[in-house]
Ligand binder design. Structure first.
Ligand code: SF4
Ligand SMILES: [Zn+2]
Length: 328
């Protein structure tokens, strides 16, 4: 039974993650917060998720009740990693009151925490204080600031995503995080709107090559068509096709650095997909690879035969920028 000071977060689940070459138990929590301060990215529906209140105390109480629920439902000693998302930035003080952040750090003390934030909220004071509450010397890097950089290319981030910050803003935040004793995880978005399949692959390849010196972890997220987004409008008009899973494989196979990938919605029309026949095996293989780092598996999947592979190769060779996609 859920008591009055417990409230289920937007989502919370257990899973496994690869960390320093090992597989660790990970708890992922998505807290319902005050909401994203930017709320303008073209592909994002999380920006609609916000707890409506003008009172900081009420917001802190709402978050406190969600942490209470997490504590009541899971044995925290079973997890060495905790991934925290909000519907925006965990380190934005207007979205997540600082007192609640302290509570979170104390609850997860001794674990590796990965918390997502826009770069403007990664300040020395905020990160130092969170690291000091979290750290009990169990891990060399107790906190990773996760930033949705999406791409290292400023025009693509601005025009195709409308992210509202630059690569320079990101690299500055990585320096602040490192100086404060935290690591950095970057999220890359594979195939935002307005790019052809080939352009999207080239964008991720150059992002991976440029990023390695700034971050310790990289996760590539193939773009999905979320409800109530600008991307969904284009998709409904046939002006956007989610990436082929073949493309995801080809990027992972040659990536110059370790990159993980969870192809959300893999094989579905709103997510990265091929023809429907080969999707399940490839999606499962990409998930396995993210846990094991086994590139031979990626190579074997890429060598598989399926009639849709010819279609993918045709799209790569013939899809033109600024026109409608060739397939759905
Ligand atoms: S992607 Fe992140 S920054 Fe952009 S609107 Fe969504 S929550 Fe805000
Ligand atoms: Zn196929």
């Amino acid at each position: 039974m859920i008591s009055e000071n417990q409230k289920k977060p937007l989502a919370c689940w257990r899973g496994k993650e690869r960390y320093n070459g090992e597989t660790v138990e990970c708890l992922t929590v998505i807290f319902e917060s005050g909401g994203c301060s930017w709320a303008r990215c073209r592909m994002c529906s999380y920006r609609h998720e916000r707890y409506q209140t003008h009172s900081c105390e009420e917001l802190a109480g709402h978050l406190h009740a969600q942490l209470g629920w997490v504590r009541s439902q899971f044995r925290l000693d079973e997890f060495s990693m905790i991934k925290i998302f909000t519907s925006g930035s965990f380190f934005d003080p207007d979205e997540v009151p600082p007192a609640f952040r302290t509570e979170v750090a104390q609850a997860f003390r001794g674990k590796i925490v990965i918390a997502e934030s826009r770069p403007e909220y990664i300040t020395a004071e905020t990160i130092e204080s969170f690291v000091s509450d979290l750290d009990n010397c169990t891990h060399a890097t107790p906190l990773y600031c996760a930033i949705g950089l999406e791409t290292t290319n400023d025009p693509i981030r601005e025009k195709c995503i409308n992210k509202g910050f630059t690569y320079a803003d990101f690299t500055k935040a990585t320096a602040v995080a490192h100086a404060a004793g935290a690591g950095v995880k970057a999220y890359l978005l594979f195939k935002p709107i307005f790019l052809t399949e080939a352009e999207a692959i080239a964008d991720i390849r150059s992002s991976l090559a440029g990023l390695a010196k700034y971050v310790e972890m990289i996760s590539m997220n193939p773009c999905t068509v979320q409800k109530r987004t600008e991307l969904e409008l284009y998709w409904r008009q046939g002006a956007y096709r989610p990436a082929y899973l073949w493309s995801v494989l080809s990027i992972l196979k040659d990536a110059p650095v370790d990159v993980t990938c969870d192809p959300l919605g893999g094989g579905q029309k709103r997510g990265p997909h091929n023809c429907g026949t080969c999707d399940y095996e490839i999606t499962r293989g990409i998930r396995d690879y993210s846990l094991t780092g086994d590139r031979d598996l990626i190579g074997a999947l890429l060598d598989m035969d399926c009639p849709c592979k010819n279609e993918w190769e045709y799209v790569l060779a013939h899809e033109q920028p600024y026109c409608m996609p060739l397939t759905r």
